[in-house]
Design a protein around this ligand. Structure first.
Ligand code: ASP
Length: 428
């Protein structure tokens, strides 16, 4: 019998998880789901996170060393950051246009507003506190944060991915600079280790349908009441519409135009990574699968994929930026504030920076939203208004984040003549 393609398996896991979650919520099985089902989801995410650092290290060392030329690295780095910033700015503009046309903040009844402000005040305060250190740091702090004072400490915290990348790129440059005969055994070692890690990702992905089933069903039983979700439909609709335009329109269009790869080739190639982004709400947890899909299913050379994707997962968050723009304007509208053009241009700038600063983990975009609100003079307590729908939106924006990373990777690869035929043909 023909084996079902991976994205179908994951999709079935997602659907079954949602149905079971709804049923369990109705039957009052929340504790059972938390004790007996959720742990499998956590195990799955842990497996993905466990493999992320070894994957980045082995593939990036090999990738940089294979470039054989430091200028090439500079060229790739410059283009990568340029396109990252550009796609992020486009994303926020789309979000702002939609939210200004629809004006979802005006749908919120006074009564609903007070109810939510009361109900989620505590959660909002937690996020505001979490943003405190980012708010108080100097302008060059993000740069300082890239350089680790202790490599092993950086490698043990999944949130310090950029520090690991910094060291590994330096190590790769060192390999280029020493005589080839001495570099060879080191490069060969990392090359072999990388093959092992890629194999492990295949094995971990066998567990994906069960993992996403557990993640989704436990999420559903923990979701706030449907009435609150309904009140926020206008706002959530704006975010989802913007993200859908990006995911199904802008990105495939960019890939078609600049990388000469068709819609279905691209979408089929990356579908499992998108579904995983949706189920885990974390670009970092999705990274191993994004890398595998780029290399084996899109035909991107390892040198490009191993450089662009880990950096993209950490700094390129178009979906998050779009959401931050929409959320800021929505909260302002709900409080009866009118934001003029200058204020909205300010939001484009701060949301770009805030999305770069957001960690690639669930809920991080909301923490950095505090900074966007503060800059625009919008009450931070307004976070309470959007709390109820944040998780589902986080799932959707993570899909946009991951799709954007894969788009930029494909374009850069084409641009540097590193886009070949995929090793694996995509099933549908
Ligand atoms: N969860 C998102 C990600 O990992 C970040 C966010 O909260 O927007 O890409």
């Amino acid at each position: 019998m023909k084996k079902l393609a991976l994205h179908w398996q994951i999709l079935i896991g997602i659907a079954a998880g949602i149905i079971f979650g709804l049923f369990a919520a109705k039957m009052g099985w929340a504790i059972f789901v938390k004790d007996w089902i959720k742990p499998f989801g956590t195990i799955f995410i842990n497996l993905l996170k466990m493999i992320a650092v070894p994957l980045i290290v082995t593939s990036l060392v090999k990738g940089v060393a294979d470039l054989k030329d430091i200028n090439k690295l500079g060229k790739m780095g410059g283009r990568t950051f340029g396109i990252f910033i550009l796609t992020t700015a486009i994303a926020i503009c789309i979000g702002l246009v939609i939210v200004n046309i629809v004006q979802p903040g005006n749908f919120i009844q006074e009564e609903t507003r007070s109810e939510m402000m009361e109900k989620f005040a505590g959660n909002a305060a937690d996020k505001i506190k979490a943003a405190e250190s980012a708010k108080n740091s100097g302008p060059l702090q993000p740069l300082v944060d890239i350089v680790p004072d202790n490599l092993f400490k950086a490698a043990t915290e999944n949130t310090n991915m950029l520090q690991v990348i910094f060291f590994v790129v330096l190590f790769g440059i060192g390999l280029i600079l020493i005589p080839a005969a001495q570099a060879k055994p080191v490069v060969d070692f990392f090359g072999g280790a990388n093959e092992v890690i890629m194999k492990l990702i295949d094995i971990i992905m066998l567990f994906a349908p069960i993992g996403v089933f557990a993640l989704l069903s436990s999420l559903i039983v923990e979701l706030p009441s449907p009435d609150l979700l309904l009140a926020l439909l206008g706002y959530a609709g704006c975010v989802v519409l913007g993200l859908a335009l990006l995911i199904f329109g802008i990105y495939p269009f960019l890939v078609k135009t600049f990388a000469k790869r068709g819609y279905s080739f691209f979408m089929k190639g990356i579908a499992p990574a998108q579904l995983l982004a949706f189920s885990t709400s974390s670009s970092a947890a999705t990274l191993p699968v994004s890398m595998e899909r780029a290399m084996e299913h899109l035909g991107v050379d390892e040198e490009v994929a191993s450089f662009v994707l880990p950096i993209g997962a950490t700094v390129n968050m178009d979906g998050t930026a779009l959401y931050q723009g929409v959320a800021a304007v929505f909260i302002a509208q709900a409080f009866g504030m009118q934001l003029d053009l200058g204020a909205q241009l300010g939001i484009i700038l701060t949301a770009t920076l805030a999305s770069i600063g957001s960690a690639a983990v669930p809920g991080a975009g909301m923490v950095m939203l505090v900074i966007v609100l503060a800059q625009a003079g919008i009450p931070e307590a307004g976070l309470a208004l959007i709390f109820a729908v944040d998780r589902p939106l986080d799932m959707c924006r993570t899909v946009a984040n991951v799709t954007s990373d894969l788009t930029v990777t494909t374009i850069i690869a084409k641009n540097l003549d590193k886009l070949g035929e995929p090793k694996v043909k995509n099933l549908w």
